[in-house]
Design a protein around this ligand. Structure first.
Ligand code: GDP
Ligand code: MG
Length: 437
């Protein structure tokens, strides 16, 4: 992993080291292990290789030693630079745009997401073809008679890519028209979905693994069919949730990838609750928060309709008195059952108990109690109710089975659709949702 830092870079606010760290986290997100990370400072880009000859040689020696599968350059490379570096290092080379595209490709779950990512991919490829074509032409001295085989091939490729792009754009229009239908159809999981959002490196995946590692729900058929970025988790009350890890926000996202990025966040739109994970120790923590809130708003995620919890992560990196005061605030909020933010360390597990309690309380506050009466012969109905709701009580007589079920709004809708008048919603006098922090 090579991060290329511009010495002339005026945006000194994000330190180059944290940019390298971000790139390493992105690489880890596609399951690659980073064997070595380094920074190259350049005053002026070298046209042929971007970085200077000395650095190219240094990395050549590293490659001979480490034999990496791929060298990732955290910068935009021209096609020529990419090819030259591949030759120099005898290794595959990816640039930043390609790396991010790779991640999006793995993470886009919806049809719209896949189409957006493919569109970005093809546009990227086409720009490569255009540039290498002019490059070839220049090499040949630009002679004019009917193009050679290379040129024809590239023109054909370009035409094919152009056709595919047009087709995808058409499909995207179609998907957008029917989007809400798809969303409703996908929402079949019987447990609330909790989505992790936040900047890359905030600690989303660490938190995801920490919270779900003790779980053995993988045997459960349901979870076996989910992708690895979704895992089941049991809260202290016994309530089950599905935790969903996301790609996260990326500093300096290449503009041609914005649409694809949004598409990978589509699953967040379906979440019942959103955990906004923040790196409290980051020098730009507040600016990052503002970015995330802005993008969520642009995605149409409304704080009034959705529960958003702020997870203030990495408190282990703070001064001990600050950390202690955050933790005692957690405890005060636990006791008073208030607040929608919680301080944690995904690394040391401090504060995680408070986080789980908070989730329990917020999700519980959306629940109502249902009573369901089933006839004695309705075994299918009974099985369905157990699979789709959290059964609190079950009583059987010769007249039938009575169930008491805790259900959140979408579950109530499903039960009503399935059982109609056999369902009774029990009014409760406890408040629906405790607010204020
Ligand atoms: P993501 O990009 O949001 O998924 O972030 P990761 O979970 O990949 O974490 C990014 C980096 O932050 C990794 O090096 C983690 O080890 C580190 N990290 C995550 N949580 C904590 C934490 O609570 N404390 C500290 N000190 N480091 C953390
Ligand atoms: Mg991650």
């Amino acid at each position: 992993m090579l991060h290329v830092a511009r010495k002339t870079n005026t945006d000194a606010s994000r330190s180059e080291k944290s940019r390298l760290e971000e790139a390493i986290a992105l690489t880890a997100a596609i399951g690659l292990e980073v064997a070595h990370g380094l920074i190259a400072s350049i005053a002026k880009p070298t046209p042929a290789t971007l970085i200077g000859t000395g650095k190219v040689q240094e990395i050549k020696a590293l490659c001979a030693d480490l034999e990496p599968e791929v060298v990732i350059v955290n910068a935009a490379l021209t096609p020529v630079q990419q090819r030259n570096l591949e030759r120099a290092w005898s290794s595959k080379v990816l640039d930043r745009t390609a790396l991010i595209l790779e991640i999006f490709g793995e993470r886009a779950h919806t049809r719209e997401g896949r189409l957006q990512v493919e569109l970005a991919h093809l546009t990227y490829q086409r720009s490569r073809l255009v540039r290498s074509w002019t490059h070839l032409e220049r090499q040949r001295g630009g002679f004019g008679f009917l193009g050679g085989p290379g040129e024809t091939q590239i023109e054909t490729d370009r035409r094919l890519i152009g056709e595919r792009i047009a087709k995808i754009k058409g499909e995207l229009e179609e998907v957008k028209r029917t989007r809400s239908l798809h969303r409703r159809a996908r929402k079949r999981v019987p447990y609330p979905i909790v989505a992790l959002v936040g900047y890359t490196n905030a600690g989303k995946s660490t938190l995801f693994n920490r919270l779900t590692s003790a779980e053995v729900l993988a045997k459960d058929m349901l979870f076996a069919t989910l992708d690895p970025t979704m895992r089941g988790l049991k809260l202290p009350s016994g309530r089950r949730i599905i935790l969903s890890d996301t790609v996260g926000f990326i500093a300096d996202l290449p503009t041609q990838l914005v649409a694809a990025f949004r598409a990978t966040l589509e699953e967040v739109l379906e979440a019942d609750l959103i955990l906004h994970v923040r790196d409290l120790a980051h020098e730009e923590s507040d600016a990052q928060k503002a970015d995330v809130v802005k993008i969520l708003k642009e995605l149409g995620i409304d704080e009034d309709e959705r529960i958003i919890v702020e997870v203030l992560n990495k408190i282990d990196l703070l001064e001990s008195d600050v950390r202690q005061s955050l933790l005692s605030r957690n405890r005060a909020k636990d006791a008073m059952q208030t607040g929608e933010s919680v301080a944690v360390s995904a690394l040391t597990s401090e504060g995680l108990e408070s986080l789980l309690k908070l989730l329990d309380r917020l999700l519980g506050s959306r629940e109502q109690t249902l009573r369901l009466s089933l006839t004695p012969d309705d075994g299918a109905g009974l099985a369905w109710a157990h699979a789709n709701g959290r059964v609190l009580e079950r009583r059987s007589t010769e007249k039938g089975t009575y169930l008491v079920i805790a259900a959140d709004p979408p579950t109530i809708e499903k039960f009503t659709a399935r059982f109609g008048r056999q369902i009774k919603i029990v009014e409760e006098d406890q408040p629906r949702r405790a607010i204020s922090s």
